[in-house]
Ligand binder design. Structure first.
Ligand code: NAD
Ligand code: IPM
Ligand code: MN
Length: 360
């Protein structure tokens, strides 16, 4: 079969990790007889450098005309990069938020799974790790603080900055439905995370999630306050199956969850709308500190490509093959610096990609 993929290398380590994911997809194509037609799309700093803005209408159109989008990461070092001298609405991150909104990607899935091989890279104690863990964070991605009214005003010489957190029932319902649907295919447990002891938006969140839960009698629902959840993630991560939460909480908790899997370089993600279409990207950023040094772990991006095969292209067998290839290479002891532990075989970004592609 032939598929159209929009490729967004982005900034920092983005081009390096996307290159490796593409190698792996090329291996999938030759093994299973598919053809992927790639269109490169500029986003973030890469787009600012060429077009002066972090996202163009043309880029959105190219993404829309594709079956799926595979992205690296965007952004730079805020202290040194000229992109951060621009107005906030013209900086790299604004481009990422704009493409998420333009494509209506309200559901961000971030699976955090501990490979047994990476137990030594996990900073938690043996007894906390226990049998390991396998959770997925379902993060609302087009609402909340990220998209509410934002302004800075000055009165009597005193500046006040305002960011607004708002959710309507429909926004909450559609992401809750996603989380429960996913739970039905897993261990049938949803932990909905909020701050209902303080925030009105969280109280509405809880009410709507409870209504949705009525349609899923087999799924156990629990509510957890976000501060407790942050603690529980390092105290007893094995208790979680599906974590359902709003945009900002999900951003923070997913970085925390990534670390208990060994490294943020392992955490893939899929951003979906209500069709088959999606944008797939690692959960981490552009890591300016290691960009261009062949040090970045490409596995989060490669696993994001596997999610793309599964969710947008319905290529389950091919997705399984990519995931098995990652597993094999880890079992053989190959590690980038971020997941390195004693006795393992150190490799760079490109070697890791070569090994996984060969294992496919
Ligand atoms: P970051 O995730 O880029 O880096 C945090 C730390 O993790 C750094 O030490 C980095 O070297 C390390 N790291 C990240 N990915 C890695 C990988 N694949 N392999 C090995 N190590 C890895 O977060 P940050 O430093 O806070 O942000 C840097 C830039 O990235 C900022 O401009 C930020 O806005 C942007 N950002 C973009 C995205 C995205 O594109 N989705 C996500 C997060 C941050
Ligand atoms: C992520 C990133 C983005 C977010 C930034 C770069 C806007 O941190 O994808 O997790 O906060 O959503
Ligand atoms: Mn983040």
């Amino acid at each position: 079969m032939e598929y159209k993929i929009a490729l967004i290398p982005g900034d920092g380590i983005g081009p390096e990790i996307v290159r490796e994911a593409r190698k792996v997809l090329d291996a999938v194509c030759s093994k299973y007889g598919h053809k992927f037609i790639y269109s490169e799309v500029l986003l973030g700093g890469a787009s600012i450098d060429v077009h002066g803005v972090p996202l163009t209408e043309e880029a959105v159109e190219t993404a829309k005309a594709s079956d799926a989008v595979l992205m690296g990461s965007i952004g730079g070092d805020a202290k040194t990069s000229p992109w951060y001298k621009l107005e906030p609405s013209r900086r790299p991150e604004a481009g990422l938020l704009a493409i998420r909104k333009a494509l209506n990607l309200f559901a961000n899935l971030r699976p955090a799974y501990l490979y047994q091989e990476l137990k030594a890279a996990c900073p938690l104690k043996e007894e906390v790790i226990g049998e390991g863990f396998d959770m997925i964070i379902v993060r609302e991605l087009t609402g909340g603080l990220y998209f509410g009214e934002r302004k800075t005003v000055e009165e009597n010489g005193i500046k006040t900055a305002v960011d607004t957190l708002s959710y309507n029932e429909n926004e909450i319902r559609r992401i809750a439905v996603k989380a429960f649907d996913i739970a039905m295919k897993r261990k049938k447990k949803v932990t909905s995370v909020d701050k209902a002891n303080v925030l009105d938006s969280s109280r509405l969140w809880r009410k709507v999630v409870e209504e949705v839960a009525k349609d899923y009698p087999e799924v156990t629902l629990e509510h957890m306050l976000v501060d407790n959840c942050a603690m529980q993630l390092v105290h007893n991560p094995g208790q979680f199956d599906v974590i359902l939460t709003e945009n900002m909480f999900g951003d923070i908790l997913s970085d925390e969850a990534s670390m208990v899997t060994g490294s943020i370089g392992m955490l893939s993600s899929a951003s979906l709308n209500d069709t088959k279409f999606g944008l797939y990207e690692p959960s981490h950023g552009s890591a300016p500190d290691i960009a261009g040094q062949n040090k970045a772990n490409p596995i989060a991006t490669i696993l994001s490509a596997a999610m793309m095969l599964r969710y947008s292209l319905d290529l389950d067998r091919e997705a399984d093959a990519v995931e098995a290839a990652v597993q094999k290479v880890l079992t053989e002891g190959y590690r980038t610096g971020d997941i390195m532990s004693e006795g393992c075989r150190p490799v760079g970004t490109a070697e890791m990609g070569d090994l996984i592609a060969a294992a496919v």
